[in-house]
Design a protein around this ligand. Structure first.
Ligand code: UFG
Length: 333
């Protein structure tokens, strides 16, 4: 397939782009490099630097790659930041996606896979979350992702798009060859912060709240390896391409296992043999107590399964990347 990947220089987007290239697909990336990294992609001209709301940039990228289908990752994606800067999220995510979709529809693109999030479920019960668990977004970030899901469904109805909405749980880990991993600036995600603390790049980890209604009082998340997510995109592309009718589905992508913040710290300590200096701080605005997937639909409909079911194995891949790249992609090679 000829695939346009928006936000394809970011953490999950680049993992999907590399995966698809390795599987023999023709990939064209559109990324404005505001958050992404050129070095996250092969250096053979797949990258077009541009914004999703720049109609000409999108058209040029579509044409350069003769793209018939699109993976849409480009977004601002930090829960805490979205509470402080909601305008940025509504503008980049919602207005940006609307502009992109208008261009894609006008250009005759009929297939789309969208990078959504489990944050849409908000505060939920102890049961694993299914796609029919009612949405209850708890942050501007989550609301914008939910709004885009709805936008895609509405535009599909009117314009005949075929689509898959992939709700990731917490993307984690790095490529098994140690060459590509998570590098955000500023870094806000738990596993990289834990590992940077273990490398001595930070004094300590601040644990955001231990008074949640969970077994050890810290938030529980479902950490899914980034290459498992990447493979799900290939399956979702196949599924969308094979659909006869316009319309689409939502798919949860997670391991089905929840781990608390304290369990993540213990996993990192076990992988590295070092202790994480840690202090307990206040809750972070927008955080949910527990987000764990039930991903049966992805298994039954897409044929997806998780290769990295064990948290320590996922953390070990992240550790290999961080140890070799203490400054992320800016590290000397
Ligand atoms: N945490 C800490 N200390 C830190 C960083 C994080 O205690 O320094 C805690 C958080 O409070 C949370 C857990 O670790 O309980 C995981 O936090 P992350 O920031 O790593 O990830 P989120 O759970 O916030 O992830 C959410 C959504 C994802 C979404 C992501 C985008 O669940 O679907 O935000 O950033 F993609």
């Amino acid at each position: 397939m000829n695939i346009l990947v928006t936000g394809g220089a970011g953490y999950v987007g680049s993992a999907a782009a590399r995966w698809l290239i390795a599987s023999g697909h023709r990939v064209t990336v559109l990324d404005d490099l505001s958050l992404g990294h050129r070095a996250a992609l092969p250096s053979d001209g797949v990258l077009h630097v541009g914004r999703i709301d720049d109609r000409q940039a999108v058209l040029r990228a579509l044409e350069a790659g003769a793209c018939e289908t699109v993976l849409h990752f480009a977004a601002s994606s930090c829960v805490g930041e979205s509470v402080q800067q909601p305008r940025r999220y509504w503008s980049n995510n919602v207005a940006g996606s609307l502009a992109l979709l208008e261009t894609l529809i006008d250009a005759g693109v009929e297939q789309l896979v969208f990078s959504s999030t489990c944050a849409i479920y908000g505060e939920a019960s102890d049961a694993p979350l299914t796609e029919s668990t009612p949405a209850a977004p708890g942050s501007p970030y989550a609301f914008t992702k939910y709004a885009i899901e709805r936008m895609i469904a509405d535009l599909s109805h009117a314009h005949g798009l075929r689509y898959a909405l992939l709700r990731y749980f917490n993307a984690a880990g790095a490529s098994p060859d140690g060459a590509h991993g998570e590098d955000h600036d500023p870094e806000t995600h738990l596993i990289p912060i834990v590992l940077q603390t273990l490398l001595g790049r930070r004094d300590r980890l601040t644990l955001f709240g231990e008074d949640y209604p969970t077994p050890d009082g810290t938030c529980v998340r479902d950490y899914v390896h980034v290459d498992d997510l990447a493979r799900a995109h290939e399956l979702a592309l196949d599924w969308t391409a094979a659909r006869r009718e316009p319309g689409g589905e939502v798919f949860n992508l997670g391991t089905g296992r929840g781990h608390s913040v304290r369990e993540v710290i213990r996993a990192a300590e076990s992988v590295t043999g070092r202790r994480v200096p840690c202090e307990v701080g206040a809750r972070r605005a927008g955080d949910s107590a527990r987000l764990v997937a039930q991903a049966r639909r992805a298994r039954d409909v897409l044929g997806w399964s998780v290769e990295y079911a064990d948290l320590e194995r996922t953390v070990a891949t992240a550790w290999a990347w961080h140890e070799a790249h203490p400054d992320g992609y800016a590290s000397p090679v």
